[in-house]
Every structure is written in C-alpha cells, then in structure tokens.
Write a protein that binds this ligand. Sequence first.
Ligand code: ARG
Length: 456
Amino acid sequence: MWGGRFADGPSAIMREINASIPFDKALWRQDIAASKAHVAMLAAQGIVTAADAEAIERGLDEIAREYEAGGVPEDWDLEDIHMTIEARLAELIGPVAGRLHTARSRNDQVATDFRLWVRDAIDRVDTGLAAFQRALVSRAGDHADAIMPGFTHLQTAQPVTLGHHLMAYYEMTARDRTRFADARRRLDQCPLGSAALAGTGFPIDREATSRALGFEAPTRNSLDAVSDRDFALDFLMVATACGVHLSRLAEELILWASQPFGFVRMPDALSTGSSIMPQKKNPDAAELVRGHAGRIAGCMTALTITMKGLPLAYSKDMQDDKPPVFEAAGLLELCIAAMTGMIAEASFDTARMREAAQRGYATATDLADWLVREADIPFREAHHITGAAVRLAESKGVALSDLALDELQAVDARIDDRVYDALSIDASVAARASYGGTAPEQVRARIEEARDELGM
Ligand code: ARG
C-alpha cells in the first residue's frame, strides 16, 4: 500500500506485530457498510463517477457474500480488515477500487467501524439484560412473601423476603441499562470524513454519511474524532459495573447452594459434577460469572492504560483497542445469558430460608422498635434492653419469641404480652412497609412497576 515510499519490505517480526487482521476481521460488516455509505456520498458529491461508485458497491456486496460464506483469506501483509477488503475489491473490480479511499483514511475508517460495532454490542447486551430482568421479576413474583434472613456483614440482621432480595438485582440492572443507553447516546456521532486527522480538501458531505450509517450527527473535531476511544472505554466501564453486579449475585448463589446454607438448588443444566467425589454438584456457571467479571474489569484496565499518555491524534497503540472490547463484550453476553438461566431455573428452598430467618435473633430490632412505640422508651435505651434480652435467649439457646413473659419482664418490667406479636418473623417483615421496604405489599408494588417497565 505504501510501496512508493519504501525500498525494503517489512521483516517477519514487523509483519507479525503490525497485523490486526487476526482480530479486526470481526469488523467486516461495519467496514463494508461504512465504505458503501462513503462511496455513495462520493458519487452524490461528484467526487467519483456514478459508474465507478456502482462498480465499487457491487464489489463490496460480493465481498460481504464471501464473508457470509466463510471469509476472505487473511494475509498479514495486508495488516487489517480495511486493507484486506480494499485489496480484495481490487482483485474483483480492478484499479477503480483505488477510488474508494478518496477523502478518507484508515484512521476515520477504523473509528467509524468500531463505533458501529460497539453500538451493536450495546444493543445485544441490552436485550440480554432485559431478559435477565424478566427472569428476576418473575421469580420475585413467585417469592414475594417467602421469608429469608437479611444479612449485613454476612451476619443475620433482619428478616427480608426473597422477592425483595431478587428485586435488588432488578434495580442494579436497571441502572446498568441506563448506563449503556447513555454510552450509546454519546457514541452516536460519526467520525467518517475526519480523514487522517485534519479533515479533507474534497467537497464531502459528512451529514450524508452520518445519516446513512444511522448516526445522530457527524463528530465536530477531526483530531478528536480519529483519536477518541471514549466510546470503547465507556462500554468497558459500564460492562465492568454490570459484571460486578452479576458477580455479586453469582457469589450469593454460590453461598446459598453450599450445604451449610442450603437455600437454593442450582439447575443441573448449569452445574457440573466432580470426577472424584460422586456427591458433588458444583455451581460452576456462577463461579465462572464471578471469574469473568474480573476479566471484564481487566479489559477495562487494559484499554485505560493503553490510552493514557497518547498524544493527539492517532497512534498505533490504539490498534490494541479492539481485543479487550471484543473479549469483554463476549464475556458479558455469556455471563448475562448464564445468569438469566440460573435465576429462571434455580429452585429456592423457602422452608430452609424461613428456618434460617428464625435463628440469629433476626427480630431483635422489632423488639427495640416495640419498646419505643409501646413503652415510649428512647431508641438507644430500647437497644440496650433488647441486647440484654438477646444475651438471655442466647444463654438459654432459644429464640427471642421462646422467652417466657416473666423472663422478658425480668429484663424490663415495661414489656407485656403484646410483644410476642412483634417478635415473629412474619410480623417483622409485614411491619417494614415503608416505601421500598421488604413488606410483601411493598415488594409486590415494585414488581408491578417493574412489569410495566418491561412490558410484561
Ligand atoms: N489497523 C489499524 C487500527 O486498528 C487501522 C488504522 C491504521 N492507521 C494508521 N495510520 N496506521 O488501528
């Protein structure tokens, strides 16, 4: 491509370090779409003839068919997808292929192709997240009043419902979807026509190519347009946040599936056995979601470090932008699908959850609240009295609600037998009816809103 300037060809090492075709061939669809938009604009502006444009378009369509049918041979000398397609075009239609690269550079070309790719990836991820949310909402509906221990510090804190717990992940995912939508909105500008870095002297129509490729507008600064990879970093940062959420849920399923918890049986289809211990059923899919979230964060770190310190405009370091984005997108899509399957198919042992909620003095706060409400005791003092009651129950090895009235009254004489209504886990959960609280009526109301949001 640049033989005119060089006396010698590249060494084998140069060829190898330079080649991006092994991974950027994933951009073939976007590259062909951008080239078609570009050549149609060149013809409309009278920069190439209609006949040449038509030959180029036909050739590009033929190359698309070749990719659909299995691909175009890779040659490291051609470096990347852009030169591979251009060289193949020349084989198909002859020297007129050389007119396609008028008024553009691979710098604006790759920036355009990659934005188109990331935009499609965001759309795929969002579709996956919507399906995940539907699974969460549907299982939350099944278990809107199933009581389980709620934890802080992984210590039993207060009873909550399983529906409430699952809907917490609905909220996280809703935030992730707005983050992806925001990233998509910001990337929706077309770099094509920025050329190498400074724009072009040809009378191009950037509005036309931007519109043809479904962008909202052309980018406004050519230097920024060819050297900006914020759209890729945005995607990776949001993917990292989303991966973190999936990983937290994965971790909970892993804990809950362990024998000491016994809260959930994972679907066989998303578990594995052990080659040595016949009794084992391992939550491997959940563990890999947890693991993959780390790799996604690694991809985000990789591109962040690649970009830092790069002067304007394009530098070849930026060719390394694609592998982390491709990898993270693939991992995230897989994690979302696996997690959707796990949530949809897991069988929750609600009896076991309920029994666990009975242990651990989960209603101690309810006793303190009762003392405040019914005996007009300041909360700090009520907290202290309740602590003494818990100590007594613990020493006897019983639940708070199993203490006799005279035992409770020995702790504080102001306690009367109405207190037992407050000490049951059902009463505790039903009482937490503040907006967004765990009371089943609140959980059901949030589930209804979510169903509306998802069009369920
Ligand atoms: N293969 C390159 C990349 O992916 C395309 C842009 C090359 N531009 C250049 N001036 N060498 O970044």
